[in-house]
Design a protein around this ligand. Structure first.
Ligand SMILES: *Cc1c(COP(=O)(O)O)cnc(C)c1O
Length: 469
């Protein structure tokens, strides 16, 4: 499989190089040159497969030519073997034809484990074969950091530096990162906010002199391998609910358009999905596009669902590429316009095309808490604030009551106690068994000023298993 850039000016790469690449050299994002398409008979024959075996069948075309079948099978079995629930991604029924897909049974209790557990193992496999070491730098507002560290902790060829804003992530989130100890794991608390952290990552990709030739790898959701891994659970859920012989709808709490873009790809690969609902919090740039064809940058609002607090959605460019007939120059012009003006809209027929599949809703903190309370009252089930936004959007936007509606359950409620408390239901979520002693574990973290040079000096000093590069 070859991968091309959404801006049409970068060389095509194979899977292995895309895994290590991050942004394309023309500033675009990599997408498959040709999306695989499965027949109804093929998809039907996968019913009942264990998660890792289904994952092999869905993802095999994407890694073809780079990862041998036997290696890929073993990697997938290991990856999904660390999940706490035997079903890996179990479905829980909330109401009539309404289901939560629990994507928080992995080591760090958020859906990001699905992709980052795999990414870490794929990196290890490829780097061992190449006899190469890399440095990962990532910024996190909470969930990505812990999932990336968990995914890479066993990779001998990776040194991982994760920056989080000092004192601005929840204690559970911080401890999930800082209690994983290892020579190759470095947590940096930056005296600044999340955007400061992200800016330093971007600046480091732009000028890599401080790495003395060591390659820098991205773990945010622009990395194609993350999107690829997320396609699988759409198939897994839909197969259990009667696909491919019946259509299924999904409601997806989203910020960067990563998770929902994976659903869009699943549909284009042959899975009968009749509706995809974009569920956002008050940071609603995606909702403004879907409801009114206005993709306009706004200021950032801190919300009770912090993992969706974004101003722009990095993966949206991948959808724009398809909406423009995969014309990279058209996308490039649009993104230039967006960069200059902070605004973007598309021609009417392209927007109408998007609206055939997508609906959207923005839910504020009040609506989030009300939904947590509503569902808890109906069923006793406790939602995390992100998932609650998905449930609210599903109930408001649903097109057909006859078809199953699946809400992606993106995190375990214990990660976001503030929202659960504000919902006023008197129930406090408990840490699952594998994290029961989280508050007793030793932490390791370095506090650094909001200063690029200081951060880069730190990476240079510790980037080789704790020793200088
Ligand atoms: C990252 C995250 C999201 C948003 O995912 P996108 O890929 O940006 O759409 C939603 N919920 C939780 C809990 C997350 O950690």
């Amino acid at each position: 499989m070859r991968y091309i850039s959404t801006r049409g000016q970068a060389p095509a790469l194979n899977f292995e190089d895309v895994l290590l690449a991050g942004l394309a050299s023309d500033g675009g994002l990599y997408v498959p040159e040709n999306l695989p398409r499965f027949t109804v008979e093929e998809i039907a024959s996968w019913a009942g497969l264990p998660y890792h075996e289904l994952a092999f069948r869905v993802m095999r075309p994407f890694v073809a030519g780079s990862i041998a079948d036997a290696d890929f099978k073993r990697i997938l079995e290991e990856t999904y073997g660390v999940f706490a629930h035997k079903a890996v991604a179990p479905l829980t029924q909330l109401g009539a034809n309404e289901w939560v897909l629990e994507l928080f049974q992995g080591p760090t209790l958020a859906f990001k484990d699905f992709a980052l557990q795999l990414l870490g193992r794929l990196l290890d496999h490829v780097l061992t074969r190449r006899n190469e070491r890399v440095v990962i730098m990532g910024a996190t507002s909470g969930d990505t950091g812990s999932a990336a560290i968990e995914g890479c902790k066993a990779c001998d060829n990776v040194d991982i530096f994760i920056m989080h804003p000092h004192n601005r992530v929840s204690e559970v989130q911080r401890r999930q990162m800082t209690t994983i100890l290892g020579d190759n794991i470095h947590n940096i608390a930056i005296e600044g906010n999340f955007d400061d952290c992200q800016e330093m990552v971007k600046a480091s990709f732009a000028d890599q002199g401080f790495l003395k030739g060591t390659r820098l790898v991205a773990v945010n959701s622009i990395n194609w391998a993350r999107i690829m891994a997320q396609i699988v659970y759409y198939f897994h859920a839909a197969l259990q609910l009667g696909a491919p012989h019946r259509s299924v709808a999904f409601s997806v709490p989203t910020g960067n358009f990563g998770d929902i873009f994976a659903g869009y790809l699943a549909r284009n690969m042959g899975l009968p999905i009749n509706q995809l609902i974009v569920a956002t919090n008050r940071n609603d740039i995606l909702h403004r596009f879907m409801s009114g064809n206005r993709y306009d940058k706004d200021t950032l609002h801190a919300s009770l669902s912090p993992s969706m607090d974004i101003m722009v959605s990095s993966n949206f460019e991948r959808l724009l590429f398809d909406l423009h007939g995969r014309n990279g120059l058209a996308v490039s012009a649009l993104m230039d316009e967006f960069k200059a003006t902070g605004k973007l809209s598309v021609e009417d027929d392209r927007w109408t095309e998007a609206r055939r599949l997508f609906d959207s809703l923005a839910v504020d903190d009040e609506g989030t808490c009300a939904t947590i309370a509503e569902v808890h009252g109906e069923t006793g089930y406790l939602l995390d604030p992100h998932t609650a936004i998905g449930v609210k959007a599903a109930r408001e936007c649903r097109r057909s009551l006859a078809l199953p509606m699946v809400i992606l359950g993106t995190a375990h409620p214990v990660k976001f106690p503030e929202a659960v408390e504000k919902a006023g239901i008197g129930a406090a979520p408990q840490l699952p068994a594998h994290l029961a002693d989280l508050f007793q574990r030793a932490e390791r973290c370095t506090v650094l000023p909001n200063d690029l040079k200081a951060v880069q000096a730190f990476v240079g000093q510790h980037g080789n298993r704790g020793k200088p590069l």
